[in-house]
Design a protein around this ligand. Structure first.
Ligand code: ADP
Ligand code: MG
Length: 282
């Protein structure tokens, strides 16, 4: 059983020295830590059990799955400790920073850059879908570069613990409904297609620098998303290829049955056919 062990706070702290806080989430904190013996560095996600009270079972199930996940573009779960108050996930440390921070810093950006990046996300998410996992919380903050190198791969850093929330509560609580698929907001039953929608939204932002849906009023924002009311506005999209727009339309398709899967998206010429343009876009 994952819950109720007492000694494990001491155990984790005797094996690792906890350093800087790398980030904070809804019910967790991610801390840089060093293995005291090997000096190897890790990221430890510390989950406050009080915040997940009543949902222990689904957290257990979730973690059982996550221990099996192994993909070059998904942060690896090394080990886990559970104590009376906390759950500690010892994860592979990535050091390249968040997706959008890097793109803002980078002087130039091309469709090709975006295509190379989205291809990796599609491969990772397609792998999750193949083994029966829906991520449900794909957004730029959860995409981290593996290293500071210019050609670093991208990593899905978050283990999709968003299961802990129901869709709508999550959307409002996190203040980032922008990536949530229409069927989630409509409170319809949903599946892996929600991830494909989110990848479409991320692709949209990569190519123009602003989100497809925006309104100060959440009700209006939700309504926009539920209608899939987005456009490729002029002049921002004038120089973007039709291939890129077709790619996004496939993923950001309101009708779930017609939305392209990760595998289909990987076969799109914007990803696999060299149709992504190489001129600077922003
Ligand atoms: P939450 O599920 O609470 O959103 P995340 O797993 O997304 O938590 O982590 C929150 C933040 O911590 C991330 O946005 C990132 O800045 C940092 N972080 C998470 N995992 C790692 C990691 N493996 N290596 C380095 N930093 C990380
Ligand atoms: Mg996160």
């Amino acid at each position: 059983p994952l819950f109720g062990r007492k000694k494990n706070d001491e155990k984790v702290h005797s094996k690792y020295s906890f350093k800087d806080v790398l980030g904070t989430g809804a019910f967790s904190e991610v801390v840089l830590a060093e293995n005291k013996q090997t000096k190897e560095k890790f990221a430890i996600k510390c989950i406050d059990k009080r915040a997940v009270k009543g949902k222990e079972k689904s957290l257990e199930n979730e973690i059982a799955i996550l221990q099996k996940v192994e993909h070059p573009n998904i942060v690896k779960l090394i080990e886990l400790y559970d104590s009376k108050t906390h759950l500690y996930l010892i994860m592979e440390l990535v050091t390249g920073g968040e997706l959008f921070d890097r793109i803002v810093q980078k002087g130039s950006y091309t469709e090709r850059d975006a295509s190379v990046l989205i291809k990796q996300v599609l491969e990772a998410v397609g792998y999750l879908h193949d083994i029966g996992i829906v991520h449900r919380d794909l957004k730029p903050e959860n995409l981290l570069y593996y290293s500071p190198a210019d050609d670093s791969k991208i990593m899905i850093s978050d283990f999709g613990l968003s299961h802990m929330d129901d869709g709508t509560a999550m959307a409002t609580a996190c203040g980032t409904p922008g990536y949530v698929a229409p069927e989630v907001l409509a409170q319809e039953p949903y599946g892996k297609e929600v991830d494909c929608w989110s990848i479409g939204v991320i692709s949209y932002i990569l190519l123009c620098g602003y989100p497809p849906f925006y309104d100060e009023d959440d009700t209006e924002l939700f309504a926009q998303i539920m209608r899939a009311a987005y456009e490729f506005d002029s002049p921002y999209w004038d120089d973007i290829s039709d291939s890129a727009k077709d790619f996004i339309n496939g993923l950001m398709c309101k009708i779930v049955k017609r939305r392209v899967s990760c595998l289909q998206a990987l076969r799109h010429p914007w990803i696999s056919g060299g149709e992504a343009l190489t001129k600077n876009i922003h």
